[in-house]
Design a protein around this ligand. Structure first.
Ligand code: SF4
Length: 151
């Protein structure tokens, strides 16, 4: 969940930037479940509650490679500190690398609209769940496969 590019919103949210050296898909899902349990203990509607949630662990104290702030609701992955949820105020500031973009997102931004559409179609046909999608964005698998096939 980096800056905004449409790629971060696909497949019910990408968490490729929300950690590194990820463990297995099962462990990632377990980490998110534990994060949700901890999030339920704070007042998520209150800034102080959110900051307390954020600061309960260091930004680089990951769980199976996953950021401890990453949660899920209605089967969508998201960061409760993201500015899209706080009228533009970014509660991640000073905590994680909010300007990071993956290689795929950077290359995608420079493609023609036609090539971008092809990539979006390519992703949609893969029918990946959010965690599989995130891992394949983070390790450039989708990008490399797409580039080999089409251009
Ligand atoms: S890995 Fe790429 S697509 Fe996924 S959240 Fe980060 S910048 Fe967005």
């Amino acid at each position: 969940m980096a800056k905004l590019t449409i790629l971060c919103q696909l497949n019910k949210g990408c968490m490729g930037c929300c950690g590194h050296d990820f463990d297995s898909v099962e462990r990632i899902k377990e980490a998110i479940k534990l994060n949700i349990q901890e999030f339920e203990l704070v007042n998520g509607n209150d800034e102080q509650g959110l900051l307390g949630f954020r600061d309960r662990a260091d930004a680089y104290d990951l769980r199976f490679g996953v950021c401890r702030n990453l949660i899920e609701s209605d089967r969508k992955l998201f960061c409760p500190l993201h500015p899209a949820l706080h009228q533009g105020k970014d509660l991640r500031e000073g905590h994680c690398e909010i300007d990071h973009l993956c290689r795929t997102a950077k290359e995608f931004a420079n493609w023609s609209p036609e090539k971008q559409k092809q990539f979006l179609r390519f992703i949609s046909e893969k029918n990946l769940d959010s965690v599989e999608y995130s891992l394949q964005m983070d390790n450039n698998q989708l990008l490399e496969e797409f580039l080999k096939r089409t251009w």
